[in-house]
Design a protein around this ligand. Structure first.
Ligand SMILES: Nc1ncnc2c1ncn2[C@@H]1O[C@H](COP(=O)(O)OP(=O)(O)O)[C@@H](O)[C@H]1O
Ligand SMILES: [Mg+2]
Length: 356
């Protein structure tokens, strides 16, 4: 629809209004002529408009009116409607005039409001769904925990406890998503810290002299990436607690570290335990569920898993394939990431590399 046009003289009197302008404001033919332009706007705008009008007369140029504020037109019957107005100077036989182009934006505003309402409703729905998912995951975790407590065999108990930890890793992401209030952003450091606190309290408890620490830089990541990282950390920490320290009274350290710069990242879980080879029974060929889960999750992330293990500990490193140096390994390299050297038992055996 074309704009309605009103021409006014420097005194603000209308000298010409198009048919469209008359219809828009509910006036009869020629009824607008001689009226003040302020009659076409709600009373609350009039006083300030008088000042603005003389300002425009002093410096006339083409521009929008009332930039940044919502403008309204006033119909003859007293009803209001939202408008967009642009002003331009107009030279005529009657001297300099101001040409005002008025656009009725009722439909656009209604559409904008409807879209905003829809988007607000969607945000509420999403928040509600996230609440439900978080609650459901907590319920599942509790059931697994109860079942694990009631299990007769140690093997079943351990499987249920591991499953409980996996669900908790996903539940923690959901909790952080809720906190983020709509955006898909998980702060890595708080997430890893919470995850490892859960793992430590359930897997280590206060009977074993093991420490589990987290080093993570403050990057944020998406929930999909966070779920994969969380599940990988869960598997690796469970493994370290289960296998790296067979003597229950032996002290040890497990360190989870996550570093990210730009799109590059590296996750490492390191322990100063007995290493793969020393563990009895010997690791199954092809690895157990944990190994395969970690491999699959890393693949989803486009990352590669590198296991370095020796009798002084194990380090599992996961990083995007492109970020890794060539797949060579120096057997001389001692495994020490994350540990003070005093905490490492002496050993002369070289570490073994498992590329998974
Ligand atoms: N941190 C570790 N220290 C020593 N041995 C480990 C460690 N992590 C894994 N292992 C060995 O690797 C094997 C495979 O682990 P995994 O694939 O998680 O299967 P599962 O935990 O079901 O045995 C374990 O049984 C264990 O022998
Ligand atoms: Mg395992």
């Amino acid at each position: 629809m074309p704009d309605a046009i009103v021409l006014a003289n420097p005194g603000g009197r209308i000298v010409l209004a198009t048919r469209l302008a008359e219809d828009l404001f509910g006036y009869r033919r020629n009824e607008l002529n001689g009226r003040l332009v302020e009659e076409l706007m709600p009373a609350r705008f009039r006083t300030s408009h008088l000042g603005l009008r003389s300002g425009y007369a002093a410096q006339p140029r083409k521009r929008a009116m009332g930039a940044g504020i919502e403008l309204f037109g006033l119909r003859k019957d007293g009803s209001e409607f939202p408008v967009e107005i642009s002003l331009s100077p107009f030279r005529s036989g009657q001297g300099s005039l101001v040409l005002t182009a008025i656009r009725d934006v009722t439909l656009r505003k209604q559409t904008e409001q409807a879209l905003q309402k829809l988007s607000d409703e969607n945000a509420i729905l999403l928040q509600e769904m996230q609440h439900r998912i978080a609650n459901s995951l907590q319920v599942i975790a509790s059931i697994l925990s109860l079942k694990s407590g009631a299990a007769q065999s140690e093997e079943t108990r351990a499987s249920l406890r591991d499953a409980h930890q996996r669900v908790l890793a996903v539940a923690a992401v959901q909790k952080h998503l809720l906190k983020a209030g709509g955006g898909d952003v998980i702060p890595v450091a708080p997430y890893m810290t919470e995850l490892c606190a859960n793992l430590a309290s359930s897997m280590i408890g206060d009977k074993r002299p093991l420490t589990l620490s987290v080093r993570a830089n403050g990057n944020e990541t998406g929930s999909k990436h966070a779920v994969s990282l969380g599940l990988i950390v869960t598997e690796l920490v469970i493994n370290a607690v289960k296998y790296a320290f067979p003597a229950q009274d032996r002290g040890g350290h497990i360190v989870v570290s996550y570093e990210a710069t730009g799109a590059d990242w590296k996750l490492e879980v390191t322990d100063d335990g007995v290493g793969y080879a020393r563990h009895a029974p010997a690791p199954r060929p092809g690895g157990g569920l944990g190994t395969n889960l970690v491999k699959a999750l890393a693949q989803q992330l486009g990352a590669q898993v590198t296991v370095t293990s020796s009798p002084v500990g194990t380090c599992v490193s996961i990083a995007p394939k492109s970020a890794l140096s060539p797949p060579e390994f120096s057997p001389q390299r001692p495994i020490e990431a994350g540990f003070p050297s005093a905490a490492r038992p002496d050993s002369s055996s070289p570490p073994t590399l498992y590329r998974q």
